[in-house]
Design a protein around this ligand. Structure first.
Ligand SMILES: Nc1ncnc2c1ncn2[C@@H]1O[C@H](COP(=O)(O)OP(=O)(O)OP(=O)(O)O)[C@@H](O)[C@H]1O
Length: 362
């Protein structure tokens, strides 16, 4: 089922939670709504669901205008972060709930309901827990039951609000993969809310990045990462180190730090956004870059080593973070307190006063 969102806006009192925004979701697509807290993700999801009314605009499911349709008539499935299972009901009864409360004319008979519930439980690989109560399940199991319950009425649209937010990292990852598999197998259209960029990039066909009640960018994960169209998106998607550059003597400079302009780079002042893994680090400056920094922390994070670096005699609002493979780190044996020089490999240049960027390579 495709979803068309046209000029939807929403105020809470005098506060504008959503500026008029539009979004066209294809049938069978999985869309991630990504943004910081308060950016309007949940409000948009609730408006799509019919749990919240919009001030203006129109929503269409396929060729059905659902703008003024009650939530129960929109035929959507929901999954919330906190499971929302009924504590006094068994797992099987929880999954059956949506079918049991259908009007008599639409309700399948008891045997069909039982069969469908068992099928759903098998699909979420929890058939053996049908007679348990929610309190006897782990967080991950509860969330799979919540998904089975949402799918019981065979919705064509599934809406998920931070579905894995309360789970630990490993279970989160497993459930993500499993949700994506289910989505592809059953072919419904999904919209999910997350503030976790890794989750959005891994799960979504397209990511909608939101800030302050409007859409910053809509793109496939790879394109979003490769071509962020604003400082906000760049920052939100990947630990940006920002070099605030004056253009002096054919170089980009800030205090004692300087960077050679790569070919075709604009000869202007601006900000260069650099991702944490796109650097060489050494104990001496190179012919392209002289960016002295002091190592203030060394953190092992899985496959990489993260250096936290403080600029020496040049200005930056934030500490820089540079990620190195263990091999590169071991070669140099950097130590806390040491001065190092970083040389960027690639970055994005935003000229002062401009919101569009240009990639630069050294
Ligand atoms: N019922 C409400 N009454 C008043 N203000 C509200 C209401 N619901 C949401 N808001 C405000 O609207 C803005 C957007 O909220 P929303 O929950 O959509 O953000 P979000 O991006 O989902 O944030 P989070 O990631 O923290 O859940 C916030 O500033 C919030 O305080």
């Amino acid at each position: 089922m495709s979803i068309l969102i046209e000029n939807i806006s929403k105020h809470f009192g005098s506060f504008q939670a959503l500026s008029p925004l539009s979004l066209d979701i294809n049938e069978g697509e999985m869309i991630g709504l990504l943004g910081p807290s308060g950016s309007g993700k949940t409000t948009l999801l609730r408006i799509i669901a019919g749990l919240e009314g919009a001030d203006s605009g129109r929503i269409q499911f396929g060729d059905r205008d659902v703008t003024n349709l009650h939530v129960r008539d929109r035929r959507v499935g929901f999954v919330f972060q906190n499971y929302a299972l009924f504590r006094h009901m068994t797992v099987a009864d929880n999954v059956a709930f949506g079918l049991e409360v259908l009007p008599k004319s639409k309700r399948p008979d008891a045997a069909t309901i039982r069969k469908r519930v068992m099928h759903l439980l098998d699909m979420v690989q929890l058939g053996h827990l049908a007679q348990r109560f929610p309190s006897q399940l782990s967080g991950g199991q509860k969330q799979r039951i919540a998904l089975a319950r949402a799918l019981a009425t065979q919705p064509e649209v599934l809406l998920l609000d931070e579905p894995f937010g309360a789970l630990d990292a490993k279970v989160r990852k497993e459930l993500r993969r499993w949700l994506r598999g289910l989505h592809d197998e059953l072919g419904f259209t999904s919209v999910f809310v997350t503030h976790d960029q890794e989750e959005a990039l891994e799960l979504s066909d397209r990511v909608v990045v939101m800030s302050n009640g409007h859409i910053e960018q809509i793109d496939q994960p790879g394109d979003l990462y490769a071509s962020p169209n604003s400082r906000f998106v760049f920052d939100f998607l990947g630990n940006a180190n920002v070099f605030d550059a004056q253009f002096n003597n054919e170089k980009w400079q800030n205090g004692v730090a300087s960077l050679q302009l790569p070919d075709e780079a604009p000869q202007k002042a601006g900000q260069i956004y650099l991702r944490s893994h796109e650097f060489h680090v050494s104990s001496v400056a190179t012919e392209y870059a002289s960016l002295p920094l002091k190592v203030i922390a060394i953190n092992l994070i899985g496959a990489e080593v993260r250096l936290e670096l403080d600029p020496i005699d040049w200005h930056c609002d934030n500490i820089w973070e540079v990620d190195l493979p263990h091999k590169a780190f071991d070669k140099h044996c950097f130590e806390k307190g040491q001065t190092v020089f970083v040389t960027p490999k690639a970055g994005y240049f935003f000229a002062n006063g401009q919101e569009t960027s240009q990639p630069v390579y050294w």
